[in-house]
Design a protein. Structure first.
Ligand code: FES
Ligand code: FE2
Lengths: 305, 587
């Protein structure tokens, strides 16, 4: 395991250190109080102001969890930003901008963190599960798919030349009850977009506004190589359902994935093309793995030999 | 330790760990195993890892013939561990070589024995051979095998019949690296137990004890409890010592790589596979004029087949013929074929009927599936004409096993002409026999069957040419799209016109060849060293297909349907030719 993590498990992989990583939802963190979490094998602390500004630092004794603190007065901080509902930080030299979600700013959208769940698997395994339609009828039976409608029709994949993001477009899958009013199943359109090694966004056709898309994001905080926390980001057009109802629905779906992804062996995502057997419907995952290799990601994965 | 544990047999489960329809999570020498018993009592010991995305197969489901992975529903066959169905691509037959890693297994003394690469047979123990072995409670212990074996030699228990004995006299009858045999005596009573130690990992093991002689039925529970209590004491002692020692490094098993051609999408075209040898285990008359053959492997395990698959049978007289496999899912011990004696046989069916006998050895190809079964339909209609029932029988059994709805229509001269009637009867209510119909009555019946097409319905038909034509015509008239009608011809009765001359360019091999009148594309390419699979070589089976990148094919096969012919992007290289001067193939 040499090369991926240091003696105490801290990350030594430049490509990953230099990314922005989520730590938690801004409005779920009590303001002006020290919160402690883990990132890339290290203990990290953060605090937010009531106005939604943040400070992030490597955990130290004089600022213990739960202590009151004025975030603006903390010295020796790490880069941080509050964006798209979450506090983000970097343990390296992060890019000026992370990624864009223009839809986020549309006035009639409801943006909120649906849930944050700890997972005993690597961050890329969680991302790849999120990217995968083939499991819908088996893992989310009756919700996102149902047997025997199991076919994954061919879709397109590419890496965007400007942003270096992975896209899977023209994806379709049969959903038994796509909206509250639907009595019959129908094909639902999906677009997947991987912005960062551990961050992915899904655009899904929206029953309330056929021309627009709901956004569902999974921003993964790699706490170690084989553990992570998934933050589920929602940006919806729907204004009918209560947030509590949507949260419960999303949590149900996520809870169905947990026993699956925690039972993948090995836990770190293998990047060697010969480690597992892809099929046509795995084009997105094949490209994701290759893209991780090209980026030089070695943390939370098993690099190709 | 002297012996190499990787070449030895070890117990990996007890009989009661592997009841029907269950999957046991085992581990041996650091490697995780999925252990499951099929309904035919074969115990499968597999790497606990789905080849697709690494999911543990131990959380999958065992339907008695196949193991289904929980993540994307891939199905793997009993014995061979070959993949038989990939639900994400219901119209495609899985590449035959997608096969999980399997390990040998033998049941002995109430234990399932396996190993990484075991040599010879599992150990035999005289007292157990002579006795009536009785399994004790499994004891997982957090300690190395060495420690367990050392402490086992001081283990104490009371003999059956004298469980209350204060101080039974203990003797150690034998010790090996992985087992200890002990005898307890008190007065006249004596009991011998053999304790096998399964190396789970460097710091974990399971002690599996077997009493040489089963106690009388009334005492078994008491004896089992007595040993469970004594073994628990033993565990406390062993684990206390293990805790005082430095923890050993866990073992890291090597995971096998998948073959290169499976790591890439799309699949490379498969070359011709070497023929297998099988023995005719049974031959019987299954219907008037139809002989059934059961072909068993001479050694090892037969390759995985899927419903709709056929094999080439190489006959003693030099002919090669194709026959469908009729087996249900997971019936992997032998292939069952049905062969109709053709009145105008050119020597194929008559050779099988008259010459081939039980005990004979035949060469066959690996199964190929050019007639794959979708399992994502709301309605599946199977239409069999006479001996055409053979591939449909495999399909019906697969659907039946998955509780998917289907109708099987058997057209035959009379009840005596329905092959494998016992299997047909076992399918229950979804079977309809249409007996003794005239050609006109047959067409009328077919018209009735295909009336009212609804989406997500699929129609599969196999039988004599005129019947297939009728089904295709009637289905099309009733609104069935071409892609929902799947057919398999016995043979291509079209007149083949091979008078044209044209050029074929191979895009990937960067070479151009000329196909003269009288020769086929397949022959010319093979002549230039291109490895191309083929089977019927008359445009009926679909094995020799190639992708057309440029040019216009002159189709002469009966494998592709009309819209596939019109699309012009695939060609059967054994009979079809070029209508343009040049064809570019993706080879
Ligand atoms: S991981 Fe087993 S079917 Fe996909
Ligand atoms: Fe999922």
């Amino acid at each position: 395991m040499a090369g991926m993590a240091g003696a105490n498990g801290e990350c030594q992989n430049r490509a990953v250190l230099d990314q922005w990583h989520p730590l938690g939802a801004i409005d779920e963190a009590e303001p002006n109080v020290v919160h402690v979490t883990r990132l890339l094998g290290e203990s990290i602390s953060f605090a937010v102001t009531p106005e939604g500004r943040s400070a992030v630092w490597r955990t130290r004794g004089d600022l213990a969890a739960g202590m009151p603190v004025d975030p603006e007065s903390v010295a020796g901080t790490l880069p941080s930003r509050c964006e798209f509902l979450y506090v983000w930080t970097s343990l390296g030299d992060p890019p000026e901008r992370s990624f864009d979600i223009p839809e986020f700013f549309e006035p009639d959208r409801r943006n909120f963190n649906a849930c944050t769940i700890g997972l005993r698997t690597s961050a890329p395994r969680a991302v790849e599960n999120f990217l995968d339609m083939g499991h819908f009828p088996f893992v989310h039976d009756g919700l996102l798919g149902s047997e025997p409608r199991t076919e994954v029709v061919d879709y397109n994949v590419h890496v965007d030349g400007d942003t270096n993001e992975v896209w899977a477009t023209e994806c379709q899958f049969w959903q038994p009850a796509a909206s509250a009013t639907a009595t019959e199943g129908q094909m639902v359109d999906y677009v997947y977009r991987i912005m960062q090694p551990y961050s992915i966004l899904l655009y899904k056709s929206c029953p309330a506004a056929p021309e627009r898309m709901d956004l569902i994001g999974l921003f993964v905080q790699a706490t170690s190589e084989e553990h992570c926390r998934g933050h589920m980001f929602l940006s919806l057009i729907d204004d009918e359902s209560s947030i509590g109802h949507i949260r419960r629905f999303v949590q149900t779906i996520f809870a169905q994935d947990v026993p699956i992804i925690e039972n993948q062996n090995p836990k770190r995502l293998p990047l060697d093309p010969q480690a597992e057997t892809p099929i046509r419907s795995d084009r997105a995952s094949i490209l994701y793995r290759r893209w991780l290799s090209d980026l030089g990601v070695t943390y939370a994965v098993i690099p190709a030999a | 330790m002297t012996a190499d544990p990787f070449t030895m047999w070890h117990p990996v489960a007890s009989e009661h760990d592997v009841p029907y329809r269950h999957v046991h999570h085992g581990q041996l020498l650091g490697r995780e195993l999925a252990v499951w018993r099929a309904d035919d009592d074969f115990v499968n010991v597999w790497e606990n890892r789905c080849l697709h995305r690494g999911l543990r197969l131990s959380i999958g489901s065992n339907d008695g013939t196949e193991l289904r992975c929980q993540y994307h529903g891939w199905r793997y066959a009993n014995r061979s561990a070959g993949c038989t169905y990939i639900p994400a691509h219901p119209a495609d037959a899985p590449a035959r070589t997608i096969c999980n890693r399997t390990f040998s297994s033998v049941e002995r003394y109430g234990l399932v024995w396996s190993g990484e690469s075991p040599v010879g047979d599992p150990p035999t123990v005289d007292v157990l051979e002579a006795g009536t072995p009785f399994g004790l409670r499994n004891l997982p212990v957090d300690a190395s095998v060495e420690l367990a074996v050392r402490h086992l030699q001081a283990h104490r228990f009371s003999p059956c019949g004298r469980l209350d004995a204060e101080a039974p006299e203990m003797t150690v009858d034998g010790v090996s690296d992985y087992s200890v045999a002990l005898t307890a005596r008190a007065g006249d009573a004596r009991s011998t137990a053999v304790f096998f130690v399964q190396p789970v990992d460097s710091g974990r093991c399971v002690i599996r004890g077997v009493l040489a002689d089963a106690p009388p039925a009334g005492e078994q529970l008491a004896v089992w409890r007595h040993h469970a209590i004594e073994l628990d004491r033993l565990r406390v002692v062993i684990e206390a010592e293990a805790a005082s020692l430095p923890a050993p490094e866990p073992m890291v098993p090597m995971l096998q790589q998948v073959p290169l051609h499976l790591a890439e999408v799309p699949d490379a075209p498969a070359g011709r596979q070497p023929a297998l040898r099988v023995q005719v285990q049974r031959k019987w008359e299954t219907a008037a004029g139809v002989a059934a053959f059961e072909l068993a492997p001479i050694e090892g395990v037969l390759p995985t087949f899927q419903p709709g698959a056929h094999i080439d049978v190489h006959l003693p007289n030099g002919l090669v013929r194709q026959y469908s496999i009729t087996n249900g899912p997971g019936e992997s011990a032998s292939y069952r074929l049905g062969v109709k004696l053709e009145p105008d046989s050119s020597g194929g069916s008559s050779c099988l009927h008259e010459t081939v006998r039980e005990g004979d050895v035949l060469a066959i190809s690996e199964p190929r599936n050019n007639f794959p079964l979708r399992r994502d339909s709301n309605r599946t209609i199977l239409v069999a004409g006479g001996i055409g029932i053979t591939p449909l029988l495999a399909m019906a059994q697969a659907l039946d096993r998955m509780s998917l709805p289907f109708e099987l229509h058997c057209f035959a001269q009379s009840a005596e002409h329905v092959a494998f009637a016992d299997v047909v009867d076992g399918l229950g209510g979804s079977v309809v026999r249409h007996l003794g119909l005239s050609p006109d009555e047959t067409v009328a019946e077919i018209r009735r069957l295909v009336a009212g097409y609804e989406s997500f319905a699929n129609l599969y038909v196999c039988g004599p040419g005129p019947m297939l034509e009728a089904v295709r015509r009637e289905a099309s008239a009733a609104g069935w799209p071409d892609e929902a009608v799947h057919f398999e011809y016995f043979k291509n009765t079209n007149e083949i016109d091979n008078s044209s001359t044209f050029e074929v360019a191979l895009a990937r091999s960067a070479m151009t060849v000329t196909v003269p009148a009288g020769a086929t594309i397949l022959e010319v390419l093979r002549g230039h060293g291109v490895i191309m699979p083929s089977s019927c070589e008359q445009g009926a089976c679909g094995t020799c297909v190639a992708t057309v990148l440029e040019g216009e094919p002159d189709h002469q096969d009966v494998y592709l349907n009309d819209s596939e012919h019109r699309a012009g992007d695939r060609i059967m290289t054994c009979v079809s030719r070029a209508a343009s001067d040049r064809l570019v193939l993706d080879l």
